[in-house]
Write a protein that binds this ligand. Structure first.
Ligand SMILES: CC(=O)N[C@H](C=O)[C@@H](O)[C@H](O)[C@H](O)CO
Ligand SMILES: CC(=O)C(=O)O
Length: 308
């Protein structure tokens, strides 16, 4: 853990490629890694999360995917983070042990969302039990209240967490509450925590309050443009950074109105990259032809500031 490169910049929340009959399509991942690195300039991945339909996969499938990403990412990717959250504690622990055994660069855990923790102590106790199975692997709490319904504020969760969870490294913060994020950054300045933002359409706002990077679905196909936004922000050339955020936002605003989720993300990634992502797994249904045609026309109509 000591020689580890700090995780910053963009992290693609990986899609799980599936065959037309709904099996996970492992052979595609090699090509997918090369595409992210060479075409999208994205060198970090977050596997088996929301975008990866992680909670719709079997434990066996999750392990196979984790192994494939770690194996194909070797010498190409900087960080491979594996999401190991599950509704059952022993399953989550098993996934954490597995991630550690295969050499994952980090693990992340979502709050259980059937029996939900309502108090900080319940959640930290569970996270402690999972993460102690991977004592050498940096751990990220995955905060996504819109999907889990667990609304414990991160600012509160972080108080004293390092004492109970020594591997605690940061947060994947997928919420629009920038006051919470800002207070997390503010109160933890002395620690080397990493705050990775997860609402892609407003990443620039999160950067302004101190996010170190971002994990999101759109970095699969808008990674190059978003990296140019990060460069502009760092310069700083805020007018240019805003231009990128406005344009990625123009696309997302358009597709969100049509109905945008993981199924549609799979379709967009397929037409942008040419890599077949396949259908989503039920209860999700594949994107309609109409959606695909409209989304493609919209994306093609955008002229990026670098002329591409
Ligand atoms: C709910 C959800 O899937 N959030 C993703 C990550 O957390 C984002 O990357 C979104 O897909 C993205 O911001 C588009 O709305
Ligand atoms: C979007 C995101 O970060 C995830 O797929 O988990």
């Amino acid at each position: 853990m000591t020689s580890r490169k700090k995780l910053q910049g963009l992290v693609a929340a990986t899609i799980t490629p599936m065959t037309p009959d709904g099996q996970i399509n492992l052979p595609v991942i090699r090509q997918y890694v090369d595409y992210l690195v060479n075409k999208q300039t994205v060198k970090n991945v977050f596997v088996n999360g929301t975008t990866g339909e992680g909670l719709s996969l079997s434990i066996q499938e999750r392990k196979q995917l984790a192994e494939e990403w770690v194996c194909q990412g070797k010498d190409k990717l900087d960080h491979v983070i594996i999401h190991v959250g599950a509704l059952s504690l022993p399953e989550s622990q098993e996934l954490a042990r597995h991630a550690a055994a295969i050499g994952a660069g980090g693990i992340a855990v979502i709050a259980p969302f059937f029996f939900k923790p309502t108090k900080k102590d319940e959640l930290v106790s569970l996270l402690q039990k999972v993460t102690s199975e991977a004592p050498d692997v940096p751990f990220y709490y995955y905060h996504i209240p819109s999907l889990t319904g667990v609304k414990i504020r991160v600012e509160e969760l972080l108080e004293g967490i390092k004492e109970r969870i020594p591997t605690f490294q940061g947060v994947k913060f997928s919420d629009t509450d920038l006051l919470d994020l800002a207070q997390c950054v503010h109160k933890n300045e002395a620690q080397q925590l990493e705050f990775l933002y997860g609402v892609d359409e407003q990443l620039l706002g999160a950067l302004a309050v101190g996010a170190n990077g971002a994990v999101g679905s759109t970095y699969n196909y808008l990674g190059r443009q978003t990296n140019l936004m990060l460069e502009a922000f760092a310069k700083p050339d805020l007018a240019l950074a805003r231009k990128y955020q406005f344009l990625t936002g123009e696309f997302l605003n358009f597709v969100i109105k049509l109905g945008f989720g993981v199924a549609q993300t799979k379709a967009v990634m397929t037409f942008v990259s040419g890599i077949p992502m396949g259908p989503p797994r039920l209860p999700l249904l594949g994107a309609s032809e109409e959606f695909i045609a409209k989304a493609k026309a919209k994306l093609d109509s955008i002229v990026w500031p670098d002329g591409n």
